[in-house]
Design a protein around this ligand. Structure first.
Ligand code: 5AD
Ligand code: SF4
Length: 436
């Protein structure tokens, strides 16, 4: 078989995977391949997520579905965290997987593809100390809102979580490399950059912390918005909180997972924060930036979670009044300490708790959206809407805003918010904030 000409990359899971998917696409394009039109790709990359159950099973069934009616199939690369976790086992389980490539090794894809085209199957799940970033092509074009990975891995070892095993130890990219990539993104059209990391606020390099990095990026005149995600409560430093007070470009939004409102469960989860310390952090953040939107992650049904523990989770939801949230049923992950804990919670109880939690979270997010109605806010246009003349953009609080305007993708417009929908807001154009 000759070297494939077209590719399709399917990314699942978190924003880090979205970022990795974009970098893989740039890498393959730099090697002369083109994104496939429609479904007929010569190469398919499944960029998988391992965070919750059945991830591996889903990946194998996705691989199975790539075989076409005539029996032919594309070259297949299994990438992402399932690839990292399964390694060579993936190719024992499925003959259809030509390449297995982990999140720290995907810069090697072109060589692996060349081997696969010759009929040789390869596995690379190394986590080299030298950075894959050095081997990736420079960023050229960018949408108005870009992701920039600054930190990978996790040393926290929450007892339910596979990330420390699949993504490895915490590693911070060097300051100069991040600044260079940010410059490329801005030159390529980005007006908003979201700094990414599994523990982004643990980032540190060259005597700087995340607050220092954000302060530096805020000096880029063409960059209008800065965000960061995901943060860990124990790394919410005073400096980072102060940055929310001082830097108008740092958007008023903080994703700060808490997982549970019960100290007993937080201890069993090895979260290294308590309900009180978390609430104090939220208080300080709100003192620094009163209009900040807080979002969170929750797990219901962690082993041993009682009705009382769950009620405590509902109480913290009411105390924080989350603007947005992600909530999950606990899912035992092989190799993690929680998977072998006693008192695993029956599915039916988890289902009921999740429903109650989600209903409560929805009340707060609806209230947050409704409280925005009547305000005039800058909206960064990033998509075309379905209706004629309709465009969609993001508010400072990361809400999708629908507005009728001639403004193009990448422009910032002032919008008066007129009505709240369950997951978005509608508004009217006020005036152009500036010419794009
Ligand atoms: N079961 C359920 N949810 C999990 N998360 C991480 N591991 C698990 C698991 N084993 C959730 C946490 C985390 C988010 C990314 O996924 O809430 O913050
Ligand atoms: Fe997983 Fe905990 Fe690390 Fe987050 S902080 S990636 S939940 S181990």
């Amino acid at each position: 078989m000759t070297f494939p000409k077209t590719y399709r990359i399917k990314s699942f899971g978190c924003q880090m995977n979205v970022y990795d998917g974009e970098r893989m696409a740039e890498l393959l394009s730099a090697r002369g391949m083109a994104p496939a039109q429609g479904d007929e790709a010569d190469l398919v990359v499944l960029n998988t997520c391992h965070i919750r159950e059945k991830a591996a099973e889903k990946a194998y069934s996705d691989v199975g579905r790539l075989t076409r009616e005539d029996g032919s199939r594309p070259l297949v690369a299994l990438a992402g965290c399932v690839a990292q976790a399964e390694g060579a086992e993936a190719q024992r389980r499925s003959k259809l997987i030509d390449m297995v490539v982990g999140p720290q090794a995907y810069h090697r894809l072109p060589e692996m593809i060349a081997e696969a085209a010759e009929g040789r199957r390869t596995v690379d799940t190394d986590m080299p100390a030298i950075s894959k970033f050095d081997a990736l092509p420079r960023r050229k074009r960018s949408g108005p809102s870009a992701f920039l990975s600054v930190q990978e891995g996790c040393d926290k070892f929450c007892t339910y979580c596979v990330v420390p095993y699949t993504r490895g130890a915490e590693i911070s990219r060097p300051f100069v490399d991040i600044v260079a990539e940010a410059e490329e993104l801005v030159a390529g059209g980005a007006r908003e950059i979201t700094l990414l990391g599994q523990n982004v606020n643990a980032w540190g390099s060259d005597n700087r912390d995340l607050a220092g990095l954000i302060r530096h990026l805020a000096g880029f005149s063409e960059l209008e918005r800065i965000r960061y995600t995901t943060s860990h409560p124990v790394n919410m430093s005073e400096g980072l909180i102060a940055a929310h007070a001082d830097l108008p470009k740092l958007m008023p939004y903080l994703h700060l997972p808490v997982q549970s409102g019960s100290d007993r469960i937080l201890r069993a989860m090895n979260r290294s924060h308590s309900v009180d310390s978390y609430l104090r952090t939220i208080e300080q953040v709100r003192a620094a930036r009163p209009d900040i939107a807080i979002s969170g992650d929750f797990i219901v049904g962690f082993p041993g979670e009682t009705d009382e523990d769950f009620e405590a989770t509902l109480r913290i939801v009411d105390a924080v009044r989350y603007a947005a949230a992600f909530s999950f049923k606990y899912s035992p992950r092989p190799g993690t300490p929680a998977a072998t804990m006693e008192n695993q919670i029956p599915q039916a109880i988890m289902d009921e708790r999740l429903q109650r939690l989600q209903a409560r979270l929805a009340e707060h997010s609806t209230a947050f959206n409704q409280a925005c109605v009547g305000r005039t806010v800058p909206v960064l246009i990033d998509r075309v809407g379905r209706r004629p003349g309709q465009m969609i953009g993001k508010s400072p609080w990361l809400q999708s805003v629908f507005v009728t305007t001639d403004a193009k993708i990448g422009e910032m417009v002032e919008v008066r918010l007129t009505h709240a929908l369950p997951n978005s807001l509608g508004g009217e154009l006020v005036a152009m904030a500036e010419a794009a």
